[in-house]
Write a protein that binds this ligand. Structure first.
Ligand code: DCM
Length: 136
């Protein structure tokens, strides 16, 4: 039997940092993820670079223009066939506001990171991003 191999779907997410705080977004949809917190982002579309996808997702989800910085090293499995990649992101213009997928946003200091109920699969990504991007 031949093994079927397909590339994983890449979900790109942003570690938005402003004044030493990391932006957390609470999902309002789908039902099984609602109420849990994530680094905002979404699926890369065919033909898009990861950076293009992330700029588009952050525009759609937060209503802001962003500048994509360094990749946060690592790759986290979201579910079979899906991996999460994360970039450091800076705001260029606008103030993040929930659009369709989220119902609340919070800027968290390092000490506040555990105050929200992150999606399980985002926890290691958040820890890595915080270690690299937030002041000690
Ligand atoms: N996802 C996740 N963590 C993130 C961003 C997305 O687990 N930081 C998941 C939620 C969805 C899938 O990736 O199952 C695609 O995300 P979206 O629905 O936002 O396109």
């Amino acid at each position: 039997m031949t093994e079927q191999r397909t590339d994983p779907v890449v979900v790109v997410a942003g570690a938005l940092v402003d004044e030493g705080r990391l932006l957390a977004a609470r999902r309002s949809t789908p039902a099984e993820l609602a109420g849990r917190w994530e680094l905002p982002g979404g699926k890369r579309e065919p033909g898009e670079s990861s950076e293009e996808a992330l700029v588009r997702e952050l525009r759609e989800e937060l209503g802001v223009e962003t500048e994509i910085g360094e990749r946060v090293p690592g790759e986290w499995v979201l579910k079979p066939g899906y991996v999460l990649w994360v970039w450091a992101v800076r705001l260029r213009s606008g103030r993040p506001a929930p659009q369709q997928e989220h119902d609340e946003l919070r800027w968290l200091t390092r000490d506040e990171l555990d105050s929200v109920d992150w999606l399980d699969q985002d926890r290691p990504a958040v820890a890595e991003a915080a270690a690299r991007l937030l002041p000690a």
